[in-house]
Design a protein. Structure first.
Length: 222
């Protein structure tokens, strides 16, 4: 969602938790990040250097489908707002839950391309999520990767405490939002890794359960 919604910044943290969870789980299951581009570009270069064309294809597809998800979330947002006048985020969360369920069924199927299908579904789901929720707490946020937000957080903290100007309320809000998202992402990554390592493919379903809880809470808070 493009507009700023500081009153429900908790949703940013919940989505970041899902982003970290899904990214770590996907890497363990398919040796591919499905929630951001930078890491996969590095992995793609490694695949080329090592002539590992199987992982190369997964990583290239993950990049393409993630970016496709971002683009389509923007298109979907404008279409729903113009044609149906309905809330955009619940539609995206519902679609993301379906894609994660499909990724699980793909992963547990007997198909030779099961890992490829898993990556396609997960990358598209996280791309949709990343494009759907872009502002909270007075700042731009990303819910599926945190590299840029960590540098923004550090820069904001330094400026906040070395400036001679009176503290601004929006600066504190920005710091709190970015710090909360970072902590939630790391916590999600830890839990996702632990559950997938412990239970295998069914561990990915935890991301769908968290999304369902967020969907219910968001719907009830409107």
């Amino acid at each position: 969602m493009s507009e700023d919604r500081p009153d429900i910044s908790w949703l940013s943290m919940g989505l970041a938790f899902v982003g970290g969870y899904s990214d770590s789980a996907s890497f363990i299951l398919a040796k591919t990040f499905t929630g951001h581009v930078t890491g996969n570009l590095v992995l793609t270069a490694i695949s080329i250097a090592s002539l590992d064309w199987i992982n190369f294809s997964r990583r290239v597809l993950a990049i393409a489908l993630f970016l496709t998800g971002v683009i389509h979330s923007v298109i979907l947002e404008r279409w729903l707002a113009r044609k149906l006048s309905r809330s955009f985020l619940p539609a995206v969360l519902g679609l993301e839950i379906i894609l994660i369920l499909l990724s699980y069924f793909a992963l547990t199927s007997p198909l030779d391309a099961r890992l490829l299908l898993f990556v396609i579904c997960m990358a598209l789901a996280l791309g949709l999520q990343n494009g759907a929720w872009r502002r909270a707490g007075g700042t731009t946020v990303h819910s599926t990767y945190v590299t840029g937000m960590v540098t923004t957080l550090l820069a904001t903290v330094v400026q906040r405490y070395i400036s001679n100007e009176p503290p601004k309320e929006d600066a504190d809000s920005k710091i709190g939002t970015l710090a909360g998202i970072w902590v939630a992402f790391v916590a999600g990554a830890l839990l996702g890794a632990a559950l997938v390592l412990g239970f295998g493919a069914p561990g990915i379903l935890g991301a769908a359960l968290v999304l369902l809880a967020l969907l219910i809470c968001h719907t009830n808070s409107r």
